[in-house]
Design a protein around this ligand. Structure first.
Ligand code: PLP
Length: 387
């Protein structure tokens, strides 16, 4: 039996430990602990990496979404289309501004927003759409832009799980009015604490976000409007700056692990790829990168026939880490149930996925022995050994 954690941050950060220590010393001796050149240098390289005009470091991925919405004046009376099957922050940021989330369903194969369902749910008060490039796979950015143009909606890409993912060569975070990502430790570019990034191609929106990031202050101690403290620490920026050049190799290693799982489980009875028309007898459906340029933040199985929790117990018994992202669709969260926001009764795929999904280890530094043990265990379960 080989112990396989769902995520082990140790090897990746240990490899850069001496550089992190030097960066810490540099920041310590600079005595500049808020804003400044280290943050600006990181922002500049993030913008270049993503092919965007402006990138602003902020306090978290959640605050990145919040700041983007604020800069677009989204507030009371406005509706925002977003998936019910995502992490809480996507909807939480909208609700915190007094705006109204409208629940849109997701596609059962790639887990991203279903634009046909979004079309059914656009209303006269709809101001914006917030697609989530879930688990590291970009949604169709061309279709998204056409949809937003047709309905005159603002677009905020929640790219918290997709920094470096592309759609036909175009990076996520480069197509909307704003892009938002997170450097939470479990994301593909993981920091040593909380922080995030907001991107835009629009000079005026960038300027507005820059001012809102520091209490709406411009110039110093003059406040034209109410912002907040959404700043990213230069220490965090300096540490992440050391990891940024390695992001392509981290993402590549994750894709290598996904490729391994697909190869090892090809043709195994009871296991199929999660594509339209997959064998209905399959018990375990493997996630497919339809975009071809995803970054595999998660490798998320669908387990059919009500057997998800049984597989979770089976893997846990074998010391293989796994987790349910996400067990409760957002329209069913206690803080939202009473509001009955539009769409609450018409997101069947989101409800179904919440009962079927299970994410397994995919982090870049998985060893050959570890990933083989995971694949063997899935094959054993499919063969009925876990029954
Ligand atoms: C992680 C995440 C966020 C929030 O990021 P934080 O940095 O934790 O605030 C938002 N949306 C999605 C889809 C996420 O996965």
């Amino acid at each position: 039996m080989t112990n396989v954690p769902l995520l082990d941050l140790g090897p990746q950060n240990r490899a850069l430990e001496a550089q992190f220590e030097a960066a810490f010393r540099d920041v310590l001796r600079s005595n500049q602990f808020i804003m400044g050149p280290r943050l600006e240098a990181f922002e500049k390289d993030c913008a270049a990496f993503l092919g965007v005009k402006h990138a602003l470091g902020v306090s978290s991925g959640t605050d990145a979404l919040l700041l983007a919405l604020m800069a677009l004046d989204v507030g009371e009376g406005d509706e925002v289309l977003l998936p019910s099957f995502t992490f809480f922050a996507t909807a939480g940021s909208v609700a915190r501004l007094g705006a109204t989330p409208v629940w849109v369903d997701v596609n059962p194969h790639h887990f991203n927003l279903d634009l046909e369902d979004a079309a059914r749910k656009v209303g006269p008060r709809t101001r914006a759409i917030m697609p989530v490039h879930l688990f590291g796979q970009s949604g169709d950015l061309d279709a998204l832009q056409a949809f937003a143009a047709k309905h005159r909606l603002r677009v905020i890409e929640d790219a918290a799980q997709s920094m470096g993912a592309r759609w036909k060569g175009r990076a996520t975070m480069s197509s909307g009015d704003f892009g938002a990502t997170s450097f939470f430790p479990s994301k593909n570019l993981g920091g040593m604490g909380d922080s995030g990034l907001v991107t835009t191609q629009d000079d005026a929106l960038a300027e507005r976000a820059r001012i809102l990031r520091v209490h709406g202050m411009q110039p110093k101690y003059f406040h034209r409007e109410v912002g907040a403290n959404f700043r990213m620490d230069p220490l965090q920026a300096a540490l992440l700056h050391l990891k940024l050049p390695h992001l392509p190799e981290y993402n590549c290693a994750r894709a290598g692990n996904a490729h391994f799982y697909h190869g090892a489980l090809k043709g195994v009875a009871g296991i199929a790829e999660n594509r339209p028309g997959a064998d209905p007898a399959a018990k375990i459906l493997l996630p497919v990168d339809f975009s071809g340029q995803g970054i595999w933040n998660q490798f998320t199985l669908r387990v059919t026939g009500g057997r998800r929790d049984a597989l979770k117990a089976f893997l846990t018994e074998r010391k293989i880490g796994c987790e349910i992202y996400y067990p409760i669709p957002l329209h069913r969260q206690q803080c939202f149930v009473d509001q009955k926001y539009r769409g609450f009764d018409s997101v069947p795929v989101s409800e179904r996925l919440a009962g079927e999904v299970l994410s397994i280890p995919i982090f870049p530094e998985l060893t050959g022995e570890q990933r083989q043990w995971v694949a063997d265990s899935l094959a054993d379960f499919a063969a009925g050994k876990g029954a």
